[in-house]
Design a protein around this ligand. Structure first.
Ligand code: URA
Length: 272
């Protein structure tokens, strides 16, 4: 009884602290662990030598191999997808990204694939994961209002994310996850072939433009996104903007976001 009360108290504490997923980065086989006889560990009296540490296999080594395999596979699958429907299929079946195992849905994209403007966000959140659609939560509602302010809506833009699967607890995607999924978003852009790209937030901007500067330095500027892949070669004008989730936390920055939106509107009028 006391054990149950303690477990409940611990669970309540986790919920209050914001924990909403109970997973780790790598699977742990507890059954195998419990079969291994416990060996009493002799206390370590001296630190391992530098040589011993250099010879030891780094803990990340097996992950690196898996990473390469996932990237190679994603690249081949993305290149082989002839259209958006095929890309959606291969992504839905891609099980080498650990995020897919914990996500409820593959969030592929939404809006008008014939649109001149394509927006790329970071990754689905809880609402997007539940509904299988990008930007449908609170930040999506702000994004809709931002688009409406320059005469755009979900029928006149196409929206997707760098990653199609929700990172547990809405954490930031790791560099490994982003790199692994990069061939999919690059092919996605190539297939939609928009006239303008809007990178929503720093993750999409820095990854797709291969830059290290932060969103505050990149926002509001036009960059040339180099299309990669079979039909590549050309460039697409791309503007990074503040992520609406960031604007919700920093409303004073909406003024700068407004200036960026006006620049997007003017560019659209130029190319129409
Ligand atoms: N944030 C994103 O970057 N994308 C979504 O789809 C939702 C929230």
């Amino acid at each position: 009884m006391e054990h149950t009360a303690n477990s409940l108290a611990a669970l309540n504490f986790y919920v209050d602290a914001g924990v909403d997923e109970v997973i780790g980065d790598t699977p742990v086989d507890r059954f195998a662990e419990s079969k291994t006889p416990a060996v009493a560990k002799a206390p370590q009296t001296t630190a391992p030598s530098r040589q011993a540490r250099q010879n030891a296999t780094p803990a990340s080594a097996p992950r690196k191999i898996a990473q390469t395999e996932a990237e190679t596979s994603a690249r081949a699958l993305a290149a082989g997808a002839a259209d958006l429907a095929a890309l959606r299929d291969v992504m839905s079946g891609f099980d080498l990204c650990p995020l897919r195992k914990t996500a409820a849905n593959t969030v592929f994209g939404a809006g008008n694939p014939e649109a001149k403007v394509m927006l790329v966000g970071e990754a689905p959140g809880a609402d997007e994961d539940r509904q299988g659609q990008p930007f449908v939560g609170v930040s999506g509602q702000l994004l809709d209002r931002m688009l409406a302010s320059i005469g755009l809506d979900r029928d006149s833009v196409y929206i997707t994310n760098m990653l199609a699967w929700r990172p547990p607890g809405n954490r930031k995607p790791t560099a490994e996850e982003t790199t692994m999924c990069l061939p999919f978003i690059r092919r996605h852009i190539e297939l939609v072939a928009p006239s303008l790209l809007v990178f929503v937030g720093g993750t999409a901007a820095s990854t797709l433009l291969e830059r290290t500067d932060g969103i505050t330095r990149m926002r509001g500027r036009w960059f040339d996104y180099a299309v990669q892949g079979p039909s590549g070669g050309g460039g697409i004008p791309a503007m990074p903007i503040f992520h609406p989730a960031y604007l919700l936390r920093q409303p004073a920055l909406k003024r700068q976001a407004w200036i960026d939106l006006l620049a997007i509107k003017a560019k659209l009028q130029d190319i129409s």
